[in-house]
Write a protein that binds this ligand. Structure first.
Ligand SMILES: [Zn+2]
Length: 232
């Protein structure tokens, strides 16, 4: 069993090995990264350690601009989320905004429980509690607790995408340059991301033809998008 200090030292040495490997593989990699960023994707996701966006997308540093918070809650008055959206959409001109929920989300589970988490966490989870209240009957009908958690995570993404679509910055970019907004769910047990069909290209969703976000020889292809983005 590693001590905490060992874990930190291991992480640092792992970084050193990674940086050496990347530089060896491509000597231009870090100098190019240092010269600036133009990520095509803004990712809004959960802080959960099992959902590291760049890793699960199979992408690289420089590919994804990120905001993550507990249970990927999108509140219109949250200045943190709003500032990230503003910078990514207006200044970096991302092509896609992806809101991602996930299975086995602790925040989603907490919102389904009738106990108080404590501190500021209950306040933070209030929008998710509202999603629960609005869908109480349908959620109660789901017997399996993990399926219920996954379902409220989906409903949370649906609610979050609605907030995103009502955001002026996003609306203008959708109208003026075809910005796309996607709502997806990451299944931790399989590693797959499923397009829920919310956003600028509604409909489809689970199992629809044209599918999802699918790795294809290191190419990232969003359903319904003409512009596929080659992963570096
Ligand atoms: Zn989560």
């Amino acid at each position: 069993m590693k001590t905490d200090q060992d874990t930190f030292l291991y992480a640092l040495s792992s970084n050193n090995a990674w940086a050496g490997y990347k530089a060896h593989q491509n000597p231009d990699f870090f100098p190019k990264l240092a010269s600036g960023q133009s990520p095509p994707i803004l990712w809004l996701g959960c802080s959960d350690s099992r959902c590291p966006e760049t890793t699960i997308l199979g992408l690289q540093p420089g590919d994804v601009f990120v905001h993550r918070n507990i249970a990927n809650i999108i509140s219109p008055t949250d200045i943190n989320t709003s500032a990230v959206i503003e910078y990514a959409v207006v200044h970096l001109k991302v092509k896609h905004v992806v809101l991602c929920g996930h299975t086995a989300c602790g925040g989603a589970a907490a919102s389904l429980a009738d106990t108080r988490v404590g501190g500021v966490l209950d306040t933070w989870l209030t929008p998710l509690k509202a999603v629960r209240a609005a869908n109480q009957e349908a959620l109660d009908a789901i017997r399996d607790s993990q399926a219920r958690i996954a379902r409220i995570a989906e409903l949370n993404v649906e609610a979050g995408v609605k907030v995103l679509m009502a955001n002026w910055t996003i609306q203008e970019a959708v109208r003026e340059r075809g910005l796309e907004v996607h709502g997806v769910l990451f299944d931790i047990a399989t590693g797959r991301i499923r397009d829920l069909g919310f956003g600028t290209k509604p409909g489809g969703g689970a199992g629809a033809a044209g599918e999802e976000v699918r790795g294809r020889h290191a190419q990232l292809v969003f359903r319904g998008s003409n512009a596929s983005m080659a992963a570096k």
